[in-house]
Design a protein around this ligand. Structure first.
Ligand code: NDP
Ligand code: MG
Length: 387
């Protein structure tokens, strides 16, 4: 039976690859909705090529602009537009691939309407993990991870294994500064930080990969998805990105998921779950050609963001929400050349130290903790401005 899918964040890195996946498997999927931010040119091409039934864009102006080209198409906008598409009963599954905290609202809308979620957007679980996972349990909705490490772990654990896990091993390539000295990192340009050695991704997650905040966010994401204590989640640097993550069981057996480093695999897996299919881009892994795999411990002195994320996760309450908000603003400021890469952890640390935590189990508390973090980071920027 065909599944009906909506893709939120269709003009981004994950969104475009997801459109390739459903085109490759066109006998398995129907497209319902597409949502994007402000990249109207790419969205126009997608509307013509993929013929969605409804679309949403970030603001009213973009919606009005698009309406001129597609007068017969339902065009929504803003947070409500994302929620309306995600929550539509037309969907069997919704891919949440918008970047940043904007992913939270449509995720909640989909779950509230009993629609399965393929979740690429990690900020949603970092910011509101308890709320989202409890709601999904209550509504009996599947949250299928798209993030490659979490997809790997999801693929390693069958439901009967859940009680026998000793630890999760999350791998990471180490990013563009894996072998660089702290001095080089201090003077890193935006271009250098965006030059990821393995993955081609959106700019926010690429900067998070350069500071290893991405691994920190993934540790928190894994905690909520798999209900595992932080002390049992390890991060291992693995530059070849062949083992996407692993699970160690109580008897010492370790199951890892491997594959060529391509986001097509976890995107396709999430959309076809629980089945697997041969997609057009299903490459074979050639272990002989790869020949060796390396592993190392992350260096927390050069990459303090990972340490800060563990601290925020372990402290719980609203700390992860605030970590995420502080980091989003600090990354934006780095991308605008206003602060140094190495000031991102400084801003996050100052904010976490000053934060008075709240429980963060209901949406209003989460929104106000998120706003507090954003405002705090914005107020701090002057202190870190580069000339
Ligand atoms: P991109 O920056 O490439 O794409 C983000 C997408 O979200 C774009 O389509 C953008 O629209 C849209 N968007 C942003 N804000 C809004 C908004 N307020 N309303 C509607 N649409 C919005 O990001 P990625 O594809 O790289 O990442 C997406 C998510 O997936 C992130 O949360 C990331 O952490 C996660 N992820 C990504 C991976 C990857 O390989 N790229 C791997 C694992 C996780 P527009 O461009 O039109 O403005
Ligand atoms: Mg990842």
């Amino acid at each position: 039976m065909r599944k009906t899918v909506s893709i939120l964040g269709s003009t981004g890195s994950i969104g475009k690859q997801a459109l390739n996946v459903i085109t490759d498997l066109s006998d398995k999927f129907n497209l319902f909705g597409l949502a994007a931010g402000a990249n109207i040119e790419v969205l126009k091409e997608q509307i013509i090529k993929y013929k969605p039934k409804v679309i949403s864009v970030r603001d009213k102006k973009s919606a009005q602009e698009l309406k001129k080209y597609f007068p017969g198409l339902e065009i929504l906008f803003g947070k409500e537009g994302l929620e309306e598409i995600a929550g539509s009963s037309q969907n069997d599954i919704v891919l949440i691939a918008v970047s940043g905290t904007a992913g939270l609202y449509p995720t909640i809308a989909a779950i509230n309407n009993n629609i399965d979620v393929a979740l690429a957007n990690k900020e949603t679980l970092v910011s509101a993990g308890s709320l989202v996972m409890n709601l999904a349990k209550e509504k009996n909705v599947n949250i299928i991870p798209v993030d490659s490490e979490h997809s790997a772990i999801y693929q390693c654990i069958s439901s009967k294994d859940k009680d026998f896990i000793r630890k999760l091993i999350i791998t990471g390539s180490g990013g563009p500064f894996r072998t660089k000295h702290l001095n080089d990192m201090q003077y890193a340009t935006v271009k250098q930080a965006l030059a990821h050695p393995r993955w081609s991704m959106g700019s926010k997650i690429t900067i998070d990969s350069a500071t290893l905040m991405n691994k920190g966010l993934e540790v928190i994401e894994a905690h909520w998805l798999f209900n595992i204590d932080y002390k049992d989640i390890n991060v291992v640097i693995h530059p070849q990105s062949i083992i996407h993550s692993a699970v160690e069981f109580l008897d010492g057996s370790v199951i890892a998921q491997m594959g060529v480093p391509s986001m097509h695999i976890p995107i396709q897996y999430a959309l076809t779950y629980p089945q697997r299919c041969k997609g057009l881009k299903s490459e074979t892994l050639n272990l002989v050609q790869i020949s060796c795999l390396d592993f190392a411990e992350p260096d927390l002195n050069r990459f303090p963001c990972l340490k800060l994320a563990y601290q925020a996760g372990k402290s719980g309450q609203s700390y992860p929400t605030v970590l995420n908000a502080l980091n989003e603003i600090a990354v934006e400021e780095f991308l605008s050349n206003k602060i140094k890469l190495t000031d991102i952890p400084n801003i996050v640390e100052e904010g976490l130290n000053k934060h008075t935590p709240v429980h963060a189990t209901d949406l209003n508390e989460i929104i106000s903790a998120d706003e507090w973090g954003r405002n705090f980071a914005k107020d701090l920027i002057n202190k870190y401005l580069v000339n």
